[in-house]
Design a protein around this ligand. Structure first.
Ligand code: BGC
Length: 405
């Protein structure tokens, strides 16, 4: 027996990338510099990536072949503003063509303004620790809006401010490799302030040009945290994690979100004070992350009950070398998403991470997240839609999926 799970009319189906993880060619940002210093596990670097910058005219038709009606791509700040205050009209014109190509293919663009990487001049000026950071970011955003705003409704201001703060300023695995609670607090406040300023600026610009209302959000990484035992200390640790990782990154900007961009990968069991552990009995991906589809339902219902904002899933996915796990991963997670919709959660769309195998942040090119396979060893970097990509195409076309009972 099977049952067809129908998704709402107008549901957005697509996948997501970020600029430095796919474009290649740009060496003017901190993630390239970090790789140059030997900080990427497999020795690859994002200047290589998968050449989306030049190959987008071939890649966008592949998105279409997977029946995408939406896709998320990023803009590289370091390309658009290669030196402080100097904006590159060619880079903006190139992004304009990219976005026009998406629209001509019937793909709604969801555009990310900041996805982890920062221009080197910005880092030298103090990066996100500096009090100037929100204004510098907003100046870049105003150039982008002037050049591209007429083409775009959906914006992600800042990708995963919580993950960025955690990895770059507490755990030290992203540049600038800091480990300081005080700096992390400063950076969190500056990122959220930057979002707020960008939000106001974009709304004002659209209003003054009588363009249709833009939709702007941060993309927040949500996890499930559960206590490893019933001890009050472990429960306290869970409350702290929820506050530090989730609430403190969303609560201060709830009046400046037109929707909530939710990204879900996995969950953790927590032991006091802050130890994250796997949940016994669950399958794991190659990075050892638990595959926990119920957690997707839990974060969606949590976000809806707390914030009452329509949700766009801006990332959800797993790494999987031979695409064995991914088809099941997609099916199971969509079943949980659909269950959430049935429980009253307003979900506008689902963007899978990622469109193509790409440059993974700390691991490099050897880890595969794509619906499309890229042969990194071949200089031509040939693309091929994987089985999971075909499955995704089928689901998107049907606007739903069969659930076996
Ligand atoms: C990030 C992506 C990253 C993915 C897989 C997300 O947290 O936004 O840039 O590639 O996780 O690790």
């Amino acid at each position: 027996m099977s049952k067809f799970l129908q998704f709402p009319d107008g549901f957005l189906w697509g996948s997501a990338t970020s600029a430095f993880q796919v474009e290649g060619g740009c060496k003017n940002h901190d993630f390239y510099d970090w790789a140059r210093q030997g900080r990427v596990k497999d020795g690859s670097n994002p200047a290589e990536a998968v050449d989306f910058w030049e190959r987008y005219p071939e890649d966008i038709p592949l998105m279409r072949e997977m029946n995408h009606n939406a896709a998320r791509i990023g803009l590289e700040w370091a390309r658009i503003e290669p030196e402080q205050g100097r904006f590159d009209p060619d880079a903006l014109a190139h992004y304009r063509k990219m976005i026009e190509t998406m629209k001509a293919a019937g793909i709604e663009p969801v555009i990310t303004l900041h996805h982890f990487a920062n221009p080197l001049w910005f880092v030298r000026a103090g990066g996100w620790e500096s009090r100037q950071a929100p204004e510098l970011f907003t100046r870049y955003v105003s150039q982008v809006i002037g050049a591209l705003g007429d083409l775009v409704t959906w914006w992600v201001s800042i990708n995963e401010p919580n993950v960025y703060t955690f990895y770059a300023y507490l755990q030290g695995s992203f540049p600038p490799g800091q480990r300081s609670f005080i700096l992390a607090q400063k950076v969190r406040k500056n990122l959220l302030k930057a979002h707020g300023l960008a939000y106001d600026l974009i709304h004002q610009h659209y209003q003054s040009h009588s363009w249709p209302e833009p939709k702007i959000s941060i993309a927040i990484h949500l996890r499930t945290f559960d206590p490893i035992s019933q001890s009050p200390l472990d429960k306290l640790a869970v409350r702290s994690m929820n506050r530090l990782f989730h609430q403190e990154f969303i609560d201060p900007v709830t009046d400046k979100l037109d929707y909530l961009g939710v990204q879900y990968y996995s969950g953790d069991l927590v032991r006091f004070p802050m130890q994250m552990l796997n949940r016994p009995g669950l399958p794991k991906n190659v990075l050892g992350w638990d595959i926990y589809p119920e957690g997707f339902n839990r974060v969606l219902t949590w976000a809806w009950e707390r914030y009452h904002l329509p949700i766009l899933v801006t990332e959800n996915g797993t790494c999987d070398d031979d695409d064995e796990l991914r088809p099941g991963f997609i099916t199971e997670h969509l079943i949980q998403l659909h269950r959430g919709i049935g429980q009253g959660v307003k979900v506008l769309g689902y963007l899978h991470w990622s469109t193509l195998d790409n440059f993974e942040l700390v691991e490099g090119l050897s880890i595969r997240f794509g619906l499309i396979h890229v042969d990194h060893d071949n200089p031509e970097k040939p693309r091929k839609i994987k089985g999971s990509g075909r499955l995704f195409a089928k689901i998107a076309k049907a606007n739903g999926l069969e659930m076996k009972s």
